[in-house]
Write a protein that binds this ligand. Structure first.
Ligand code: AMP
Length: 195
C-alpha cells in the first residue's frame, strides 16, 4: 500500500510513519530526513538546500521529486511506502502520481492529521524548553511560523487534489499518539490493508 501522511509541520507525521514502518513494513519516505542526511554528508545537494531549509522554505520541486523517485525504486518499497512530508506542492503531487503510474502503482490513501496551529507553536516551545535549545535549525517558533505559512499557501491546496481523487481521510492529530495510531490503523484496515 502507498500512503501519504499529510498535515502541517509538527503534526506527528514522522512519529506515525515510524509506527507504520514497524507494524506494516512499509518504509518511511521522508524527504526532510533525506535532505537532512544530504546536509550531514556535506553533499552538493545538501549545501544547496541548507539555507532554504533553515529558513523553513521549500526546496525546489525537481530536487525532491528526483530523490523520492530514486528512493522509491529501492527493493524495500516493492510492497509500498509511507510518504512523509512529500508531496508538498501540486507539481510534486502530479509528479508522484505519474511516477507511480509508470510503475503500475498508485497512492491508495492520504491521511490528514488535523491539528491546531496554536498547539503546534506551543509544542515547539515546549520541545525547546525540554531540550535546552532547538534540536533542529528549523525548529524555532519563528521558523515554525514561516513553515506553517508555507504549508497553508503551498501544501494545503493538495487536500482538494486528493479529496477530488476520493483518497483523503482525516484523523484528529491532537489526540494522544496511541489514539492517532489506532485511528490510522482503522482507516488503513477499512481501505483494504494491503491493497
Ligand atoms: P520536514 O522534516 O518534512 O519538516 O522537512 C524539513 C524541511 O525540508 C522543510 O521545511 C523544507 O525546507 C524541506 N522539505 C522537506 N520535504 C520537502 C518537500 N516535499 N518539498 C520541498 N521542501 C521540502
Amino acid at each position: 500500500m502507498n500512503l501519504v501522511l499529510f498535515g502541517p509541520p509538527g503534526a506527528g507525521k514522522g512519529t506515525q510513519a515510524k509506527v507504520l514502518t514497524q507494524r506494516r513494513g512499509w518504509p518511511q519516505l521522508s524527504t526532510g530526513d533525506m535532505l537532512r542526511a544530504a546536509i550531514a554528508a556535506g553533499t552538493d545537494l545538501g549545501k544547496r538546500c541548507k539555507a532554504i531549509m533553515d529558513a523553513g522554505d521549500l526546496v525546489p520541486d525537481e530536487v525532491v521529486i528526483a530523490i523520492i523517485a530514486e528512493r522509491y525504486d529501492q527493493k524495500d518499497c516493492r510492497g509500498g511506502a509511507v510518504f512523509d512530508g512529500f508531496p508538498r506542492t501540486t507539481p510534486q503531487a502530479v509528479a508522484l502520481d505519474e511516477m507511480l503510474s509508470h510503475r503500475g502503482r498508485k497512492i491508495d490513501l492520504v491521511i490528514e492529521l488535523k491539528v491546531d496551529d496554536a498547539i503546534l507553536l506551543g509544542r515547539v516551545g515546549q520541545r525547546i524548553k525540554d531540550a535546552g535549545g532547538a534540536a533542529r535549525a528549523d525548529d524555532t517558533p519563528e521558523t515554525l511560523k514561516n513553515r506553517l505559512e508555507v504549508y497553508y499557501k503551498n501544501t494545503a491546496p493538495l487536500l482538494k487534489f486528493y479529496s477530488d481523487q476520493g483518497k483523503l481521510v482525516q484523523v484528529d492529530g491532537m489526540a494522544s499518539i496511541e489514539m492517532v495510531t489506532a485511528a490510522i490503523a482503522a482507516l488503513i484496515d477499512r481501505s483494504g490493508g494491503n491493497a
